[in-house]
Design a protein around this ligand. Structure first.
Ligand SMILES: [Zn+2]
Length: 100
């Protein structure tokens, strides 16, 4: 008696795409502009938020000598991402690091 097929059955059923409910990501995403009804991908503008500075400061304090204290500025997820409508240039949303 062997019960080994259980896992292979479940693994394929986990992929489900949630409809986006105002969840802003840190990269361009599909938007419907409330100002001009533009449908398409947003334009992203990244801004190094204070969290990037915080991580940078922590790295220096810990004594990180591998040059990785500059890393927070390379990680898009640590930056504030402002979503802008490319059609009318209005800000439609923003992603803040730390928030999912
Ligand atoms: Zn627009």
């Amino acid at each position: 008696m062997e019960i080994s097929d259980e896992k292979s059955k479940n693994s394929s059923a986990t992929l489900s795409l949630e409809p986006s409910k105002n969840k802003w990501s840190h990269k361009p995403q599909l938007i419907i502009c409330q100002n001009c009804d533009y449908k398409g991908f947003s334009k992203c503008e990244y801004d190094s938020g204070f969290i990037a500075w915080l991580v940078c400061g922590t790295c220096i304090l810990v004594g990180c000598v591998f040059g990785c204290c500059m890393c927070p500025f390379c990680i898009a997820g640590l930056k504030i991402c402002t979503h802008i409508c490319p059609h009318c240039n209005k800000v439609v949303g923003a992603h803040y690091p730390g928030k999912v």
